[in-house]
Ligand binder design. Structure first.
Ligand code: PGA
Length: 240
């Protein structure tokens, strides 16, 4: 695992942007695995800026997002499709037809999950996967558990995750009870992974990434098995 501590959130975002820009220079038709949450917002701002300055071209990129609430309309302001459109895709020259987020209103979410993994395979796999990390070590919506799923699947959201995410909804009742998320194998088969962790509330989980243990009770620790994984964190997450 490569590990880099930056002074600030802005520097983490800039370092992550450098990795994405280098990836797109080396392979303009890259398949990018993308994430939602507050952490990637700075990176997305950097990528939009780089695009506006002519420094990066997304015209041949395909993107695959980690997860989506279920059920949810793609036009819902808290859907991850809406998040990606408003925070990145609407501001760069990516072809929207080449951007994929699990379908939050699929009639058969289990079939949608199988089809999602098949799509990733047909695309030749993910070249560069971006990840945030939950305070409890979750990756995507893969919550701590004795057993984790390998492939994309429907996950029942834990009460604590629904509580944490209720800040974005009018009330807890409105937070969806399920999500469709890529599984651990889907994530670990990406050729390169960048994991971002910022803020002192991520300190404990960053420490768990730096020790020698791997456990499904902190799903992110499985990433230590990956041959090309970079953890970027800020001072607040490192020092606590
Ligand atoms: P955050 O979420 O970026 O909003 O901290 C990360 C996550 O829960 O995976």
């Amino acid at each position: 695992m490569n590990f880099l501590v930056c002074n600030t959130y802005e520097e983490v975002s800039q370092e992550a942007a450098k990795i994405f820009e280098a990836q797109l220079k080396a392979k303009p038709d890259s398949v990018l695995g993308l994430a939602t949450g507050s952490t990637p917002l700075g990176l997305y701002r950097e990528l939009i800026r780089a695009y506006q300055c002519g420094g990066v071209d997304f015209s041949r990129v395909t993107s695959i997002n980690l997860d989506e609430y279920y059920p949810i309309e793609p036009t819902h302001e808290q859907s991850y499709r809406y998040f990606m459109d408003t925070n990145l895709f609407n501001h760069i020259n990516i072809n929207k037809e080449n951007t994929f987020v699990p379908n939050g209103k699929a009639a058969d979410p289990a079939a949608e999950s199988v089809a999602y993994d098949e799509r990733v395979k047909r695309l030749g796999g993910i070249d560069l996967q971006l990840l945030g990390i939950g305070e409890n070590g979750h990756i995507g919506f893969n919550e701590p558990s004795e057993q984790l799923h390998a492939g994309t699947h429907v996950e029942v959201l834990t009460e604590s995750t629904r509580q944490a995410n209720s800040r974005f909804f009018a009330s807890l009742d409105e937070v969806p009870t399920h999500a469709i998320t890529m599984g651990m194998t889907s994530i670990l088969t990406a050729r390169k992974i960048v994991l971002l962790a910022c803020g002192k509330n991520k300190h404990d989980v960053v420490m768990a990434m730096l020790d020698d243990k791997i456990t499904t009770s902190i799903p992110a620790t499985l990433l230590k098995c990956h041959p090309d994984m970079t953890l970027l964190c800020d001072n607040a997450a490192f020092k606590g």
